[in-house]
Design a protein around this ligand. Structure first.
Ligand code: GUN
Ligand code: ZN
Length: 449
């Protein structure tokens, strides 16, 4: 927790959903905001807030852009070490890169090292909150929540459950152990500080119907938990699900039939949906999570943002580390824009920023708390230099309005754009950068052969 701070800059407050409100009414620009006891206490002009809070410590970020911290609504922190692995599509990619790496998390010390590394990386990219899959090992969940607690971050996470022989030996639990371990983790972490537990069947192909049913029962017993999984990412995967669950009406039905469809459900990817699936997701007010860099990187397809927005679904935005090719929500917004273009429905900068903040927060059922600058919300903020590289600076210089000034950073920016990341009003960027600069127990680079 911190003392009162007066933070100066170009404070961009998205006050309405720019998918619903006219663009002119969706934002307000302020000169400053006040943080008291870790929460946003006021927004306004410098002069007014200086007068109202004469004792506040002043942190002047000049013309930098102040936004809510980014919210990354679908990641796999254990895949940090295999991000940017070449040339496979989903099922081969899982078998070749993901499962061998996730096996290493049987060693709790490795899990703790990667959890700390991962959260420092995202803080350096302006991300203050994530929803993460862990591995089948309960210690991987402890590692992530512990590292998040040390950094003050709001994290949603759960033990990934897989009990079918489609997952490799050594990376399988059982229906009973998945239930027992998840329940123990819920008791240990759910609602403690800023931790939220998500019951986490990886996806239907790696769970037996018995495991899905056990996790559905667990969710019914703990309805304040979220539930995260994958849905209709690649066409080969959908065919696989059809073979494994011949009685199911469609992919979503494999979850629905086992108590795993509900308002607190976060369904990653959701690209190749059929009409019944969209109807049911909308009826129960579920969330779908768009992972654009992943969808292009592993060749999954083009998410239908306009169609699903029109159905009123909660839609979050996410990197899908490490199927996605970046830790950066800036890069992720750029990819979402490109997919919109390929669908002939380009997204406005305000819509991209909304998805990366309030949209993801809504998808995680944390609106009001994160992803917003509303008074009373937690002061999770990122501060962006809108001229962080010569290439961006020369474009931004010609801007005629705020959106033209912001858009080059959304399209071309990376972690160099970060001037500060505040979590609960505490500046966290330089410590995270310093930790990343220190030698790690695993070597930084090995000689090429
Ligand atoms: N489907 C099941 N597991 C995964 C995963 O780890 N990454 C992605 N992108 N899709 C999945
Ligand atoms: Zn995923």
């Amino acid at each position: 927790m911190s003392g009162t701070k007066l933070i100066l800059g170009q404070v961009l407050d998205l006050v309405a959903d720019p998918f619903k409100a006219p663009l002119g009414e969706a934002h307000v620009l302020h000169e400053a905001l006040v943080v008291a006891q870790g929460k946003i206490a006021a927004l306004g002009t410098k002069a007014n807030l200086r007068a109202a809070y004469p004792e506040a410590e002043i942190l002047d970020h000049g013309h930098a852009l102040i936004l809510p911290g980014f919210v990354d609504a679908h990641v796999h922190f254990p895949q940090t070490g295999i991000i940017a692995s070449w040339g496979k599509r989903l099922i081969d990619w899982l078998n070749s890169y993901t499962f061998p790496e996730e096996m290493r998390f049987g060693d709790p010390a490795y899990g703790a090292e990667i959890a700390a590394l991962y959260l420092d990386l995202v803080l350096c990219h302006g991300t203050t909150s994530v929803t993460s899959f862990c591995t089948i090992h309960p210690a991987s969940v402890d590692a992530l929540f512990t590292a998040a607690q040390e950094r003050g971050m709001a994290v949603v996470a759960g033990k990934t459950c897989m009990d079918r022989d489609t997952a490799p030996p050594g990376l399988r639990d059982t229906a009973q152990s998945a239930y027992d371990d998840s329940r123990a983790l819920i008791e240990r972490w759910h609602g403690k500080g800023r931790a939220t537990y998500a019951i986490t069947p990886r996806f239907s192909p790696t769970s037996t119907p018995d495991q899905l049913a056990a996790l559905g029962a667990l969710w019914a017993e703990h309805p304040s938990c979220l539930m995260q999984t994958h849905l209709s990412e690649q066409t080969d995967e959908i065919a696989w699900v059809r073979g494994l669950y011949p009685q199911a009406r469609d992919y979503l039905d494999t979850y629905e039939a086992h108590g795993l469809l509900g308002a607190g459900g976060l369904y990653g990817h959701a690209i190749h949906l059929v009409a019944r699936e969209i109807d049911r997701l909308a009826e129960v007010d579920a969330s779908v999570i768009h992972c654009p860099t992943s969808n292009t990187f592993i060749g999954s397809g083009l998410f239908d943002m306009a169609g699903l927005q029109a159905r009123g679904l909660r839609i979050g935005l996410a990197t899908d580390t490490g199927g996605g090719s970046s830790f950066s929500m800036l890069r992720t917004m750029a990819a979402a824009y490109e997919i919109g273009q390929l669908r002939h429905a380009p997204l406005h900068a305000a819509q991209l920023l909304w998805l990366a903040t309030a949209g993801s927060a809504q998808a995680q059922h944390q609106s009001g708390d994160i992803g917003t600058l509303a008074v009373g919300s937690v002061a999770d903020l990122c501060v962006l230099d809108l001229a962080s590289t010569p290439a961006i600076a020369q474009r931004a210089q010609r801007a005629n309005d705020i959106w033209e000034a912001v858009f080059p950073t959304l399209m071309m920016g990376d972690d160099r754009a970060l001037i500060e990341t505040y979590v609960g009003g505490v500046a966290r960027l330089s410590a995270a950068r310093a930790r990343l600069a220190r030698p790690r127990s695993s070597p930084r680079s090995a000689p090429l052969s």
